[in-house]
Design a protein around this ligand. Structure first.
Ligand SMILES: *Cc1c(COP(=O)(O)O)cnc(C)c1O
Length: 454
């Protein structure tokens, strides 16, 4: 192979998203409303446009990508698939290591893949304003960008600690026209209650979601948008894996292992599901395919959580979904991979894990930074702390191949660059980053608060 980067043409951008709901071993359990009955479309219609609700429930295998969305995808898609030849050499592995690089988007991660269609469908439904939450700022900046492209006002509730620690992410949102508030805020009932209880509340993703949902539900011109977890977000992210499949076709290879970081699970599903679709269709190349979701040991939803009905937010405004969860009021330790600090995982990821069709592992923080720095020194790109989780797992797979002599093809999702996370690297270099123990007590306490519908 002459070049290490496998590029595609603009007209190779997929024209349809792949929906794994068509290929599940059994249907998903329905989301439940407060009365314990399956949530009704009208409840969702208060905060989502019809096209998104339809996608959320759809079991069609292929769903057309609107031309207006593909037009904007063209600003950075197709994203490169790169063979990490220098990293392979440094590891002395016979494995072939590939990464799909999603950091080429304007916001620097995979998140605009879903922000753009979400803004499009809301605009199409006559909505003028969107609310959302953001932790580390990746989703907030993506939706600010996408809202701007379709003429929507965007209001973002940003977890207070990040608001204070990540001024540049906040400024990106403001540059793209977004309005940003530190959460908990005085803008909502939820925020006011949290501040009354504790004026120094550092905020959490679950709390910020509650604020954004509360505002969207109370205004007819305003909808809510979520950056991960829900089925339609995972659907939109399938462009990652669909492109990667075309890129592997071009060089006549097929991955043995697909690895991605897993917060809510949208980017992991995005890269892995199109390959699992091959497996479901009986493609022999995918017969022994392994897909590995990688999470932090400090927020181990899949590997240490419970498979149960739980809310998507801290206050219980969202319908309850069947998923692996640490409990909706679990507040994870302040690790630096902000995008992985979510208490649950997508229903789709959760079911596939429960059915043993995918694997999950948890890795400690320091080992992820070590892997990310080795990667940066070999391949040049400075990865986001979230992406470092996938790099760690890919390196460990490659090192195992060094022992066994297997020439596995390993694909991992390089979900974003780390240019706005340099203070985390600074703390790592200064020896100030810690490995957080799996907080058994805290998880036990929050699991005691799972909703019961009896
Ligand atoms: C948000 C984020 C993630 C995790 O979110 P998922 O929905 O699990 O994909 C991973 N990497 C980066 C760079 C992110 O911004």
């Amino acid at each position: 192979m002459d070049s290490t980067s496998i590029l595609l043409e603009a007209n190779d951008i997929p024209t349809q998203w792949y929906n794994i709901a068509a290929d599940l071993p059994k249907p998903l359990a329905p989301p439940l409303g407060p009365d314990g009955q399956p949530a009704k479309v009208e409840q969702l219609a208060a905060i989502f446009p019809p096209a998104i609700i339809e996608q959320e429930m759809s079991r069609e295998r292929w769903i057309a990508i609107p031309d207006e969305v593909r037009e904007i995808y063209r600003l950075w898609r197709p994203s490169p698939l790169v063979r990490a030849v220098r990293l392979e050499k440094a590891l002395g592995t016979p494995a072939k290591l590939f990464f799909k690089y999603e950091g080429v988007s304007p916001a620097g991660s995979h998140k605009p893949n879903s922000a753009v269609p979400q803004a499009y469908y809301n605009r199409q439904a006559g909505i003028r304003r969107l609310t959302t939450e953001t932790g580390a700022g990746q989703w907030g900046s993506s939706i600010a960008l996408a809202g701007q492209m379709f003429g929507l006002d965007v209001r973002i509730y940003m977890v207070r600690v990040s608001y204070e620690q990540k001024p540049y992410r906040r400024l990106m949102m403001q540059t793209w026209g977004g309005e940003v508030f530190a959460s908990p805020s005085e803008m909502t009932e939820t925020g006011r209650r949290a501040l009354a209880a504790d004026p120094d509340n550092p905020g959490s993703l679950g709390l910020a979601i509650s604020e954004a949902v509360e505002e969207a539900a109370s205004r007819a011109d305003t909808n809510y948008s979520l950056g991960s977890v829900l089925n339609h977000v995972v659907l939109h992210q399938s462009v990652i894996g669909l492109e990667a499949k075309k890129q592997f076709d071009k060089i006549g290879l097929y991955p043995d292992v697909v690895i991605g970081p897993c917060g809510g699970g949208s980017s992991f599903g995005g890269i892995a599901f199109p390959f699992l679709g091959d497996k479901a269709a009986g493609d022999r190349r995918a017969a022994n395919l392994r897909c590995i979701a990688v999470e932090p040991t400090s927020c181990p939803s899949l590997t240490k959580g419970t498979y149960a009905y739980d809310f998507g937010d801290a206050s219980g405004f969202t319908p309850a979904m069947m998923m692996y969860t640490l409990g909706h009021d679990f507040v994870p330790p302040g690790i630096h991979a902000g995008g992985l600090r979510y208490h649950g995982a997508s229903q789709l990821i959760s079911m596939l894990y429960h059915e043993k069709l995918i694997e999950a592992i948890a890795v400690p923080q320091l080992a992820t930074f070590e892997a990310g720095i080795l990667f940066a020194r070999q391949e040049g790109i400075i990865p986001a702390p979230e992406s470092c989780h996938a790099i760690r797992a890919a390196i460990d797979e490659a090192l195992e191949c060094r022992e066994t002599g297997e020439e596995k093809v390993i694909l991992f999702n390089l979900t974003g660059h780390g240019h706005f996370d340099m203070s985390s690297f600074e703390r790592f270099f200064a020896g100030k980053l810690e490995d957080y123990e799996y907080p058994q007590d805290a998880i036990g306490r929050s699991l005691a608060n799972l909703p019961r519908f009896d």
